[in-house]
Design a protein around this ligand. Sequence first.
Ligand SMILES: NC(=O)c1ccc[n+]([C@@H]2O[C@H](COP(=O)([O-])OP(=O)(O)OC[C@H]3O[C@@H](n4cnc5c(N)ncnc54)[C@H](O)[C@@H]3O)[C@@H](O)[C@H]2O)c1
Ligand SMILES: O=C(O)CC[C@@H](O)C(=O)O
Length: 392
Amino acid sequence: MYKIRTYNTISVKGLNRFSREDYEVASELPHPDAFLIRSQKLHDMEFPETLKAIGRAGAGVNNVPLERCIEQGIVVFNAPGANANAVKELVLAGMLLGSRDIYAGMKFVESLDQQDGLDPLLEKEKKRFAGTELIGKTLGVVGLGNIGSLVANMGLALGMKVIGYDPAISVEAAWRLSSDVEKMDNLNSLFGRADYISLHLPVLDATRGLVSDNLLSGVKPSLVLLNFARGEIVDNSAIVRALDDGRMHRYVSDFPANDTLRHPGILQMPHIGASTGEAEENCAIMVADQLMDFLENGNIANSVNFPNIALPRTTPVRVTITNRNVPKVLNQITAIIAEHDINIVDMLNKSRADLAYNIIDLEACPTDDSLDALRSIEEVINVRVLGSCQYR
Ligand SMILES: NC(=O)c1ccc[n+]([C@@H]2O[C@H](COP(=O)([O-])OP(=O)(O)OC[C@H]3O[C@@H](n4cnc5c(N)ncnc54)[C@H](O)[C@@H]3O)[C@@H](O)[C@H]2O)c1
Ligand SMILES: O=C(O)CC[C@@H](O)C(=O)O
């Protein structure tokens, strides 16, 4: 029986992927094989020794200590693209909220009491809530991955001029992106040209505080900056200074913080970019399927720290081995298996940065001695036996 410990609210459709015969799934569960999480922060948590994988039902993995997971051989999965449409649609709402004074207008209407002269009052006051249109304006998109490419294409569909910046765009994302999106190789020029800027990059050491006084020094006074990526990417004090000095128009953010609350130029939402039934289902289903294929078959898809790898099952007995990616470990592994007279039917080895991962199908169950020998190789981080001999 595999044990999945859940954190946060995970869509039932995803949870139902785990069969009741083979999986125990609950929020309070000792000795879990895997965690299934959303925004739960794991940096300060000590991991149980049984933990083999973490499934993040979403895109951002800044809540997971990736380096520690690499050291401990824990595979971290996410759900690339599964919530991208939900975020794209909220960006559209953010762009409209940033350019028309919809929110203030609605608050004004809500403040009114029943009265005889309602119509003339509305007609008199409505000029306070006038705005501008999106068509013809320039949209800058920073980060052209799953979400950014959808936002950029949406901008074109709205009749906007779209400019984009992504120094590490993937081949798939480049294919998704319309050729009408102008590629910029300089973030300062993008910030100088855009009327709307939407951020869709991960928070990394290199992107923390990226939107700073420096970037905001040359922006248009009409700028609406949208942040549905992460709060840490933006220096809030620089935003407040730019708004207070009239150097930009609005900041629309999915990441409220104490220093942005109640500012008239800041429109904020409680991190609801991915909060649609569809996105929650897509993310939970994708990650549940990935976790099951890993736990049952050792295959890895959409990991952010391990190589992606899949080998069709050729025998009922499969061993997976994670090791540090240095020369000669594979030789030692195959030599030990041969010394114990076990035939290898098929195997696959892949590496990613400092890690290597092996899937080995055997003709017979490995003996305790052979497993001890494999585990004693200095660079081996973990060894799992899958299939009919899960005795260790
Ligand atoms: N508000 C929400 O609820 C919500 C939902 C989903 C994702 N997000 C956030 O949005 C981010 C992007 O999500 P995604 O699904 O598009 O991820 P993604 O991995 O598909 O795309 C991220 C893109 O950013 C690019 N990038 C990396 N560093 C960059 C830099 N310095 N400048 C410009 N581009 C850079 C990458 O090359 C990649 O193409 C996530 O990391 C997450 O933090 C928020
Ligand atoms: O799980 C959520 O609600 C937020 C997810 C979002 O921030 C992400 O990075 O995918």
